[in-house]
Ligand binder design. Sequence first.
Ligand SMILES: Cc1ncc(COP(=O)(O)O)c(C=O)c1O
Length: 415
Amino acid sequence: MICGRHEGEFNRYANFMTTQSMPDLLDLPEPLPLSSLKHWTLDPTYIFLNHGSFGARPKAIASAQNRWRDEINARPIEMLDRKLKGLLEEAKSTIGGFLSMTSENFGFVTNATGAVNAVLRSMRFEPFDEILTTNHVYNAVRNSMRHLIERAGGTYHEVNVSFPIKSPDQVVEALEGGITQSTKLVIVDHITSPTAIVFPVDRIATICKARGIELMIDGAHAPGMLDLDVESIGATYYTGNLHKWVCAPIGAAFLWVSNEKRENIHPTTISHNLDQGLASEFAWQGTRDISPWLSSKEAIEWMADIGWSRVRAHNHALAHWARHLLSEKWNVELTSPEDGSMIGSMATMPVPEALYRAYDDAEQLRDVLYYEHRIEVPVMEWNERWWLRVSCQMYNTPDDYQKLGDVLTRLVEKA
Ligand SMILES: Cc1ncc(COP(=O)(O)O)c(C=O)c1O
């Protein structure tokens, strides 16, 4: 399985295995082909544990994007006019095949926030309407909901899902308890941002459908992290980023809309193709750089050559292992079931409370880890506690988490 050109990666793992003691039950995944940082655009002189925020790209995908940009700059009219429809359809055919979406039901957007705004701005809210979500919601999405529902005189409602969490039932019960006669739209994360939990979206969809409530799933992290079949979930709307776990260039995302609502949803920028169907309207939102959208096809194919299920399994196993390592090292609680059934390729841990008195805020600790220890990892305040979230992508090695564990342990000892 380990061939010559990946010896470097293998040695790093082998080294680790001989020098560390670890919980026996957890198996480390084998390193994958092309996982060495020499194949990625990241600066190899620091440890990057925040794939979740903006993703990271293989060099091959950065080159693919440059080739598309060269083509566009060489023949702007041909690429952005004559050939546009065909080029986008070709990219969409790969993306739709990968995520089980019919081409007419989805369009490109720049990011998940834009997709949420397109849906919210296309809907008409009345003063008695409510939008329902959970306290794990991404703040930009929270702001979008609040702004648009409150402008219409309606109500924004957030239910609490406790964290640490023991079971998906807690998510379902909290949302069910929050639904009222006025609930018009539910927006939930597929994978939450601060807490890195996989929500049971199929069960939430069943509940919303039974009550005739529209459901938007914010799957910003899901494509590439989960084995995703968008249409089978049964939501009304689904958005996903391709620039996170698909490793496409920044600015690649999609909005999928169910058949029943396809005619009602428009991009936030209304342009030439108004009322020509969802796919056509989203294909032209004014002049813009379409290279991230076109390169998404190459990104999907690049990972497919390694094997998407292998990549997902590797990243999940590493996340499962890393959170056990760190939680044990720092003597903090696991935040979701021990078997890893509620996480994907990220895990959130509480920051040891001794550090609260050593730093002004979570951001200062994050910056100390980055500037003084060359580890990029998000540390954030949420629900009045500090949390640290690690991401696990194929270029990460066990040693990365070991180093983070040791550095934070030393900071705790100094605090
Ligand atoms: C759950 C969730 N939703 C939405 C977003 C926003 O993504 P973008 O900035 O690409 O719009 C993020 C970003 O991390 C996220 O985690």
